[in-house]
Ligand binder design. Structure first.
Ligand SMILES: [Zn+2]
Length: 431
């Protein structure tokens, strides 16, 4: 149990140990299943065997114990950096912290960040610059060694002098791996696969926080991108591509990536191409707005200037792309610094505003559609019999009013059937 400052349950939580099997039932609670509202429902799941949701059906009647509450699937943040930086805001060590901090210490910060997101109702995180720290943490979470959300981890394949490499000052001797040439790119993909990565991340354009970089710069040759995507897909790994520029987005689509991160300057033609190919986009609105604000806590003047140049054109392009059917999903780029873990609901509200979406359409982008984007749509992001028991009990009905989705309204968060945050509001027990 991570959070005890929710209201006390009306009666003890609906949980009983029975030969290591714990079965929960919420009968008569309002439920939204990841796509649509189901009204008063009866949902039963188990903790102890990992079997997920046992049944979900209409309830005979709403239960007054659940007045004002509802159940939704746990949120999925498709783009985070669990171990970006853990120092003071605006700290000079922002760019070197991950390289000068022992991995054992990084794991602890990563776990704390993951739990902060969990308290806001996020039950799956996808780290897009992962190495052994995240792979290890992900295994510990999956195995129930430590409590927290699910963690998917993509290894970064970046070129020398590219977006990822320019996070490390040029003269700094310790660096993250880079790969140049198709063969080296393939090798790095294979090394990540061997280490247990869930996917691969590439950059096809420069970035905002990378210093001395330009968002318009090309990253990787087409031959390198083709090799990365071909090798990743051959090994069952989806590829997420960072791209701000039109050229970067086009080249990512040409290479056959699975998702595009940022897509800031996407054109109508590229939006339609991506939509037709089933490629999703995480628009990462908050982080670029905050960097563009020029607040020194959020980075250098160079970064602010680059972010402003992108943001000024972004909203109109993304609004148009959404109208053309592009499938935007929740991806905050949270690193605990520019965007905190737990800011996910704020990112969703920004998406609703910029994309012109209803609360329900926006919530789909954080649940069922985000699950599909991370290739886990078979079990995550939805509530139905057989799906994973990853769910949130919340005050209000967020699919009607996104403002209800706030950490202080989270009553309980369940991951893999286990109550990890808060307490269930007086359910019942089946033996
Ligand atoms: Zn990122």
């Amino acid at each position: 149990m991570l959070n005890s400052d929710t209201e006390p349950a009306a009666e003890p939580p609906a949980r009983v140990c029975h030969d290591d099997l714990v079965r929960y039932e919420l009968d008569g609670v309002e439920l939204w299943d990841g796509t649509a509202a189901r009204g008063a429902s009866r949902i039963v799941w188990e903790d102890g065997r990992g079997e997920g949701i046992r049944s979900l059906e209409p309830a005979d009647a709403p239960d007054p114990r659940f007045d004002g509450l509802s159940v939704i699937p746990g949120l999925i943040d498709t783009h985070v950096h669990l171990i970006g930086y853990a120092g003071a805001p605006g700290g000079a060590e922002f760019f070197t912290w991950p390289l000068t901090t022992r991995p054992e210490e990084q794991v602890l910060h990563g776990l704390a960040n993951a739990r902060a997101a969990l308290a806001a109702g996020v039950t799956t995180l996808r780290d897009l610059s992962a190495d052994d720290v995240q792979f290890s943490l992900g295994r510990a979470l999956a195995g129930g060694i430590v409590d927290g959300p699910r963690l998917l981890a993509h290894g970064m394949v970046g070129m020398t002098g590219g977006h990822a490499d320019l996070f490390t000052p040029a003269a700094f001797p310790i660096r993250k791996p880079t790969a140049d040439g198709p063969d080296a790119c393939r090798r790095l993909v294979r090394e990540y696969a061997r280490a247990g990565a869930d996917g691969i991340k590439v950059a096809t354009s420069g970035g905002v926080l990378s210093q001395g970089d330009r968002a318009a710069w090309r990253n990787h040759t087409d031959a390198e991108l083709d090799a990365i995507v071909d090798e990743a897909h051959a090994l069952g790994l989806p590829v997420a591509a960072h791209a701000h520029s039109e050229d970067g987005i086009r080249r990512a689509l040409d290479a056959g990536v699975d998702s595009i991160e940022h897509a800031t300057l996407i054109t109508a033609e590229l939006a339609e191409r991506a939509a037709a190919a089933g490629v999703t986009v995480a628009p990462t609105l908050l982080i670029n707005d905050r960097i563009a604000s020029g607040d020194p806590r959020y980075g250098s003047a160079e970064s602010a200037e680059k972010a402003r140049a992108l943001v000024v054109r972004r909203d109109a392009l993304l609004t148009d792309a959404a109208a053309r059917g592009l499938d935007f999903v929740l991806g905050t780029d949270a690193n605990g610094h520019h965007v905190r873990f737990g800011d996910e609901p704020d990112e969703l509200r920004a998406m609703a505003r910029v994309l012109g979406w209803s609360a329900e359409r926006t919530l789909q982008a954080a649940t069922s559609r985000a699950a599909a984007a991370v290739k886990r749509g078979d079990t995550l992001g939805k509530l139905e019999a057989g799906a994973s028991a990853d769910l949130v009990v919340v005050r209000g009905r967020p699919w009607l009013d996104l403002d209800a989705l706030r950490p202080e309204n989270v009553v309980a968060v369940v991951v893999r059937g286990r109550v990890l945050v808060g307490a269930l509001p007086g359910g019942s027990v089946i033996r």
